[in-house]
Design a protein around this ligand. Structure first.
Ligand code: AMP
Length: 434
């Protein structure tokens, strides 16, 4: 199967109304994933598209769906269903659909958990054509009878790898089994591991495979560096890094909710006392926050009123703000795909971006794994080699003000010894002492 890759939106021969919506959004030409997916999807093929967020992948399925919706609305039931892993992504995908449907009376409904059920039930009584939702909430609506799948002709599995990671496989399969068999299925995924492939083999029919992963993963515009630090100096190095970079907008990723809250508190105390950073507004986002709180953080990030965001992976992954200039991996991510997703929050749609990854001595394997995945070497940032850093940061603070985790309260020799004992040995030695 061969098809010429379109270079302009005109080449895609879209309807005048879609062309107008695209123009209004200021999109000048199709992104690579759009240029590759849209022609096949418009012809009705099942497609596997390998691309991460930030590449324009949402429009790659939203445009062909909007183009093919039955304008006569011969059915009251929805025609397309988009499954996404998180509430944030549901909101973003819904937003993109609404913008691309500008000028059409298309009803797109977002059905994510954490949002009002009654409102969603009432909306289903109307004439919904496209449903965007998380698998759990979609199942809920199917079971209640509010969502009827009889007329679905297109199902999208967006960020399929992430949905499988989160454990949505049984829900996804349950939903797909209940959709009409002759439907079109579009699967978008940053990675195509065996689990994603198995899902595709089972539920897609002779799919066309489109690979935009290489280009995406080693996005040329994102500079990627690492800093080897010792645990007791990590915070100080971070402060020094922020001072040096003065980032227009940055996301600092931590591994746990607790770590996120702790770092936020530490920064809240220190930033106002550093002249270069005192004007920056700080915020945090993690899984313990309710939807309204999360929405408000996203809003301030988008409006530019927040410059530093401390986040965990799950929510951080859904952030689609094109102005993020810096990413800091304060804690290493759990796996390499998360690294790619974190770093992909910057350098969006071809803009410049820089990512810094903090690691400890002995975590070289993780670095190698990352480098193999992105097919590129990370550069060591000289900052971490400057042994005077911690002292410099402390000296900026008024006397008597000790930042948690700073050198003044930690003896590095003792700390190194403590770390060399694994938890079991630590327990044994504590028992011996008694
Ligand atoms: P996505 O990968 O779908 O999350 O899209 C990332 C961002 O790129 C979103 O803010 C989109 O509105 C924007 N976008 C999508 N397609 C294009 C395009 N062809 N040209 C410029 N921006 C785009």
């Amino acid at each position: 199967m061969e098809t010429k890759t379109p270079e302009t939106f005109d080449d895609l021969k879209l309807s005048a109304i879609t062309q107008r919506a695209i123009k209004r959004l200021g999109y000048e030409k199709p992104s690579p994933i759009q240029a590759k997916v849209i022609p096949w999807a418009l012809q009705g093929y099942d497609v596997i598209g390998q691309a991460r967020t930030g590449t324009g992948k949402t429009a790659s399925f939203a445009i062909p769906i909007l183009e093919q919706l039955d304008p006569l609305r011969t059915s009251r039931y929805p025609q397309a269903l988009v499954l996404v892993p998180t509430r944030e992504l549901a909101a973003q995908v819904h937003g993109e659909f609404v913008k691309l449907a500008y000028g059409c009376p298309t009803e797109v409904l977002e059905v994510a958990g954490g949002k009002h059920m009654t409102k969603q039930l009432r909306a289903f009584e109307g004439n919904v054509q496209v449903v965007v939702g998380t698998p759990g909430r979609v199942i809920d609506h199917i079971n209640r009878g509010s969502l009827k799948l009889n007329n679905i002709w297109c199902v999208v599995l967006d960020e399929a790898d992430r949905m499988l990671d989160i454990g949505f496989r049984p829900d996804i399969e349950r939903i797909l089994r209940r959709c009409p068999e002759n439907r079109q299925t579009l699967l978008l995924s940053a990675t195509l591991d065996d689990e994603v492939k198995r899902l595709a083999e089972k539920y897609l029919f002779e799919p066309v495979r489109v690979d935009c992963s290489q280009k995406d993963v080693s996005v040329d515009t994102i500079e990627q560096r690492y800093l080897t630090v010792s645990p007791d100096r990590k915070f100080d190095v971070l402060v020094e890094l922020l001072t040096r970079e003065k980032p227009p907008q940055t996301i600092i990723f931590c591994r746990t909710k607790l770590g996120t809250a702790k770092l936020h508190n530490q920064l809240e105390k220190v930033l106002p006392r550093i002249p270069e950073l005192c004007d920056m507004r700080l915020s945090t986002i993690h899984g313990n926050m309710n939807q309204t709180q999360r929405d408000s953080v996203f809003k301030s990030l988008r409006s530019g009123s927040v410059q530093i965001l401390v986040a965990t992976d799950v929510v951080g992954r859904g952030i689609d703000v094109t102005t993020i200039s810096h990413i800091v991996n304060y804690d290493l991510p759990d796996d390499v795909d998360d690294y790619v997703h974190r770093v992909g929050r910057t350098g969006r749609m071809g803009r410049d971006g820089i990512a810094f990854t903090f690691m400890f001595k002995g975590q070289g394997d993780c670095l190698t794994e990352i480098e193999q995945r992105i097919n590129r070497q990370l550069v060591a940032d000289p900052l971490a080699q400057d042994f005077g850093i911690a002292k410099k940061v402390i000296s900026r603070l008024p006397a008597g003000d000790v930042v948690e985790g700073s050198v003044s309260e930690v003896n590095p020799v003792v700390e190194e010894k403590k770390r060399s004992l694994n938890p079991m040995r630590r327990k044994i030695s504590a028992r011996r002492r008694r």
